[in-house]
Write a protein that binds this ligand. Structure first.
Ligand code: ATP
Length: 354
């Protein structure tokens, strides 16, 4: 087990793409850490550089206190699970799990014992003689995990480990993977583009944009207090309302309405300055009646979210969204008022959280 530390890590691909830009990150021993961000932001490059499958062009990778920047992948004592699981189609489950042990020249009997022990732990004991083609996506994923576990590496790296599973299996696998990581306590970094997955599974997470880390925190911190408008717009199943506004004395002028200064920004704003006001649709109290401090307008769109509705209001030509509980949803064209929660609304100045 080991902490992973990246110091000023930079990766410029031949041809000039800067995939990682002087990135600093410390993942403590035993943590389950998620890397999240839009396509092309550098997640996979970061993981592959930790693994040694890509060479850093600057900075260093330190694992368990040892600088491994110049060390080959085999010498780093970490195990990686790829998106496609990279199982050998001609080998059965036992041989697939035991493969890394064969490379390490462990004797055949000991290899089989270890494969069965780890396979049993992952519920594969009845399937040890099958080949990958005879397994479901979820079972293949377990084989890939078992192979990683059999190596007893210091750290695990997962690249979109659940992306090949259907929606239901994915949910099951999430819980399973989280539980397993807890039990093993092995430092794990996993890449995902699915924020629900990161929020549900990670102890902490990083949100990346164009080779930079834009925020590091617990899922709750990143969701409740996005550090900048990029993270605010990226995280959340319904995007946060990010509305241009200005400070007017001790209130805010947002979309032509008078809104209270959020608790977190109190005493930190100057009269007249321009800001961006952020509030999640989930943190609005919706009403058909006017209320002081509410954003009022006409209902233009209604989307069914299952147990609730997402209402889009046109507030003086600005779109404002609010989540409305089942049973109290308005009709298109109705007048509606969305009152932001003062303890949950946020203010951004020059894109950064105030
Ligand atoms: P996705 O979510 O789509 O997998 P990602 O966040 O994992 O994306 P990377 O695959 O790390 O992103 O790519 C980061 C940037 O580096 C992208 O601009 C990509 O086009 C570029 N890139 C990746 N691999 C190479 C390569 N081998 N040669 C040149 N450029 C590359």
């Amino acid at each position: 087990m080991a902490a992973i530390e990246l110091r000023g890590l930079t990766k410029v691909y031949p041809g000039g793409v800067k995939a990682l830009d002087a990135l600093d990150l410390a993942v403590p021993d035993g943590e389950f850490f998620a890397l999240l961000g839009p396509s092309g932001c550098g997640k996979t490059t970061l993981l592959r550089t930790i693994a040694g499958l890509e060479t850093a062009t600057g900075g260093s990778v330190v694992i368990g206190g040892r600088d491994v920047t110049g060390v080959q992948p085999g010498g780093r004592d970490i195990a990686m699970v790829f998106q496609d699981y990279a199982l050998f189609p001609h080998m059965d489950v036992t041989d697939n799990i035991a493969y890394p042990l064969r490379i390490k020249k462990v004797a055949k009997g000991a290899r089989r014992d270890k494969a069965l022990e780890v396979g049993t732990r992952l519920g594969l004991d009845q399937l040890m003689d099958r080949r990958p083609g005879q397994l479901s996506g979820g079972q293949q994923q377990r084989v890939a995990l078992a192979r990683v576990m059999a190596t007893q590496a210091q750290a695990f790296l997962f690249d979109e480990p659940l992306s090949n599973l259907d929606a239901r299996l994915r949910l099951e696998a999430r819980t399973f993977l989280k539980k397993l990581q807890r039990e093993l306590g092995v430092t794990t970094v996993f890449v995902t583009h699915d924020q629900a997955e990161a929020l549900a599974m990670a102890d902490r997470m990083a949100v990346m944009e164009a080779g930079h880390i834009r925020q590091i925190g617990t899922p709750a911190e990143v969701f409740q207090r996005p550090a900048n408008t990029f993270v605010a717009g990226f995280i959340g199943s319904t995007p946060m309302n990010l509305l241009d506004g200005a400070v007017r004395g001790d209130t805010l002028d947002v979309a032509g309405c008078k809104v209270a200064v959020p608790a977190s920004a109190e005493g930190r704003l100057s009269d007249g300055e321009r800001i961006v006001y952020g509030v999640r649709p989930e943190y609005m109290a919706y009403s058909a009646e006017p209320a002081e401090g509410a954003l009022g307008g006409k209902v233009v769109i209604m989307e069914n979210l299952g147990a609730s509705h997402l209402v889009t209001l046109d507030v003086n030509d600005v779109s404002v969204q609010a989540v409305v509980p089942e049973g109290s949803e308005p009709g298109i064209g109705d007048e509606g008022f969305a009152l932001p929660r003062r303890d949950r609304a946020l203010v951004y100045r020059d894109g950064e959280l105030v």
